[in-house]
Design a protein around this ligand. Structure first.
Ligand SMILES: *Cc1c(COP(=O)(O)O)cnc(C)c1O
Length: 406
């Protein structure tokens, strides 16, 4: 795999970011994982096996779709990278599959994972079922209620879903529980972390597994347009779908790489998850990066209409890309994302995940700045079926009485 300009050192530092900020008991499993990953990343047989399942189980390559009516709307040529068409409905399975194949090589019989919105939990339960491995998913009690559909999918797939009732009862607490389980059961257990977060080697490893998105995109856009895009735009929760599509274009300075965070209902503490707008340097769950925290370093509450973007820290490689001015980061609000959902439905017949809609929303705001020669690719990270209940609730509470649905 070609290496970029933001490779971490062997302790996982991306410049001043990243690293391994974990208790002593987690150091040896992380080091073992880093060593094993280092072996398989250079192993042709591993890549052959991964490619086989990506093609025949996940359904790759996903299409790069020329969105003609959205092109007209934005005044530029627009393509959508259709990660929503992956098996289970989002990009998360690219990473779950890579890690489960690694776990098998390490002789681990038990898989654990955390999940927020549930997409990572579903993807992980799916690959664990396919290989006949035991699977335990940790999920905040509040998220279990908000994402009941995904809880029932995971259980149907044979996973045990453990309700986490500490603190805010969402993703952060679920990660804590998964780390605790891992320390206790590390001999037979592999922890599949779902984004480019946590301690080394996760941010690098998850990026590598997700960069299949960018490699395909590069090939597809050159075949369709005979040039690289002017803009690549992706939503940023932890940042795995964004880094996955950015990575193979990082050396190409002509391509603007744009990440869009969740602006929530206001850029005020507790009302958003835009780490680059309201956060500062800190350490959360094993990595040093931009974190939403108060003056005493207490982690702030976050809010977003989309559960998948609702987390207090951002992947460390994104922090470095921003310092290097190689990628730019903006935010879109709940209301703007909801409007983008409806636009994509009506113009293209595609119901996007609320997360993915943030990327479209940013471009709709910037519509006037695009030129007709511009070639824009959106990473459509997932489909919106999981979010329909949330969308109905949003309409019911935000659209004025008697107002027609947009
Ligand atoms: C989880 C998720 C995200 C956010 O995670 P990243 O690591 O930032 O990609 C975005 N879109 C969808 C559909 C998701 O399920």
């Amino acid at each position: 795999m070609p290496r970029g300009i933001t490779e971490p050192d062997n302790l996982g530092h991306f410049g001043p970011y990243g690293g391994m900020f974990v208790p002593e008991t987690l150091m040896s499993p992380l080091k073992e994982l880093a060593e094993q990953y280092d072996k398989v990343r250079r192993d042709a047989a591993f890549h052959k096996e991964l490619d086989y399942y990506l093609r025949n189980f996940v359904g790759r390559p996903t299409p790069l779709y020329h969105a003609q009516r959205l092109s007209k709307e934005l005044g530029a040529t627009v393509y959508l990278k259709r990660e929503d068409l992956c098996h289970t409905g989002a990009h998360k399975i690219n990473n779950s599959l890579g890690q489960v194949l690694l776990a098998r090589r390490m002789g681990k019989r038990r898989i654990i994972a955390e999940t927020g919105a549930g997409q990572h939990g579903v993807a992980t339960a799916t690959v664990a079922a396919m290989f006949g491995l035991e699977c335990v998913i940790y999920m905040g009690a509040v998220d279990m209620e908000r994402q009941a559909l995904n809880v029932s999918r995971m259980r149907r797939l044979g996973a045990t879903v453990v309700s986490v009732t500490a603190g805010q009862q969402t993703l952060k607490e679920a990660i804590n529980e998964a780390m605790r389980d891992w320390v206790t059961n590390v001999r037979e257990t592999h922890y599949i972390l779902g984004s480019v977060l946590g301690a080394h080697p996760y941010p690098m490893m998850v990026r590598d597994f997700q960069s299949v998105i960018g490699r395909e995109t590069r090939r597809q856009i050159l075949a369709a347009e005979q040039r690289v895009p002017t803009h690549i735009i992706a939503c940023v929760g932890g940042g795995s779908n964004a880094i996955g599509i950015f990575y193979p274009f990082i050396k190409d300075k002509r391509v603007r790489l744009i990440g869009v965070e969740a602006g929530g209902d206001a850029i005020k503490p507790g009302h958003h998850a835009a780490r680059f707008a309201g956060g500062r340097l800190g350490i959360l769950q094993g990595t040093r990066t931009f974190v939403l925290q108060d003056a005493d370093g207490q982690i702030q509450l976050t809010h977003s209409v989309s559960a998948g973007l609702d987390y207090a820290a951002v992947g460390p490689e994104h922090a470095l890309l921003r310092d290097l001015k190689r990628a730019e980061y903006y935010h879109a609000s709940d209301a703007e994302a909801m409007k983008a959902v409806n636009t994509l439905c009506r113009l293209e017949g595609i119901l996007p995940a609320l997360e993915s809609a943030h990327a479209i929303a940013y471009a709709m705001k910037k519509r006037r700045s695009f030129k007709s020669r511009d070639l824009i690719i959106f990473n459509l990270s997932g489909r919106g079926d999981k979010d329909v209940q949330q969308m109905e609730t949003w309409d019911a509470t935000h659209l004025k009485d008697g107002a027609k649905k947009p």
